[in-house]
Design a protein around this ligand. Structure first.
Ligand code: LHQ
Length: 287
């Protein structure tokens, strides 16, 4: 990724989340490459705070999320003490006789994943994910929760949950059925097989698969393009498309009319229409 005009705002190189800004684009880089950027509670917490900060910073008009190293994110870090199950470290066996103390991993979802997924989906600016390598479990579904998902050719998506006796989380059940339909969602979720990025694009799971060498520049160019567009209209487009899945046709028409009515009073529509009619470039500023 180009470093021109980039302002690093996270000092520590070894922080699990790197934060930088390029123009009006906030870049968040998952940075635990030794564990394929698996989510710890620390990383999940930092990610949510960074999204909150981007949401409240009026100068930010798009958020780009990617991973350091060869992976995007391997999902929940299974060695995290909050969820690590009890087993014999020597043999690797779970001793059923010892009645291993169960940990309520649902708590982790309640306190970390649900707020994070909701924060991502309600960002007041468009979100772009550059999937630079494998995206597994919650890592895959966090990526799929972004507005536009680009992936490098060597990247892949794995619904790893079934392999460890869990159901898809971080929005996976909702996102997968909507993105690829029930048959393919079931195939991905039941088998937990690796779906290469090119197939993910062919299936409509992601927007685009690009050459690895071009992923970061393509993602940044897309983010910069979105940052110059009418932000409020982009975000309300996300809301209308998501809502449409559960609406009757007539209700979708009415929602479109309600949103159009609000946007019609906003600066960006007046600016966009005036710029078109006077054959000049528009400058959008609503957020
Ligand atoms: C890891 C991990 C990892 C720790 C690689 N954790 N170290 C939510 C709430 C509560 C509970 C549970 O779950 C959830 C949501 C979820 O996300 S569940 C799904 C959790 N993720 C997985 O099950 C995926 C586990 N990882 C893998 O299957 C493989 O690592 C993949 C296919 C992602 C990559 O395979 P490889 O390219 O062959 O790499 P590797 O397996 O050799 O991993 C490299 C290192 O990363 C290795 O450490 P080491 O010290 O041996 O080099 C792994 O242990 C570590 N790592 N994923 N999730």
């Amino acid at each position: 990724m180009s470093t021109a005009n980039t302002t690093p705002s996270t000092a520590a190189e070894d922080s699990p989340l790197l934060i930088s800004t390029e123009g009006a684009v906030r870049v968040l880089t998952l940075n635990r490459p030794q564990a394929l950027n698996a989510f710890t509670t620390g990383l999940l917490g930092q990610l949510r705070i960074a999204l909150d900060e981007a949401a409240h910073d009026e100068t930010v008009r798009a958020v780009l999320i990617t991973g350091a190293g060869r992976a995007f994110c391997a999902g929940q870090d299974l060695s995290d003490p909050h969820i690590k199950p009890e087993f014999d470290e020597h043999s690797g066996e779970v001793d059923a006789h010892k009645k291993p103390k169960a940990k309520d991993i649902g708590n982790l979802l309640d306190h970390y994943y649900i707020p994070l997924a909701l924060r991502l989906r309600s960002m007041p600016v468009p979100t772009i994910c550059a999937v630079n390598g494998v995206a597994a479990g919650a890592g895959a579904n966090f990526a799929l929760g972004c507005d536009l998902v680009l992936a490098g050719q060597s990247a892949s998506f794995i619904q790893a949950f079934s392999k460890i006796g869990l159901v898809p989380d971080c929005g996976g059940t909702w996102l997968l059925t909507r993105l690829v339909g029930r048959a393919r969602a079931m195939q991905l979720a039941l088998l937990g097989d690796k779906l290469p990025a090119a197939d993910a694009q062919a299936w409509g799971l992601i927007a685009r698969c690009v050459a690895d060498a071009e992923l970061q520049s393509e993602a940044m160019a897309t983010a910069q393009k979105l940052a110059k567009m009418p932000t409020k209209a982009l975000v309300q487009t996300r809301e209308a498309l998501d809502a449409s899945m559960d609406l009757e046709f007539e209700d979708a028409l009415k929602l479109e009319a309600r949103l159009q009515s609000q946007l019609g009073y906003a600066h960006d529509y007046l600016e966009g229409a005036a710029a078109f009619l006077t054959k000049r470039s528009p400058t959008f500023k609503d957020r």
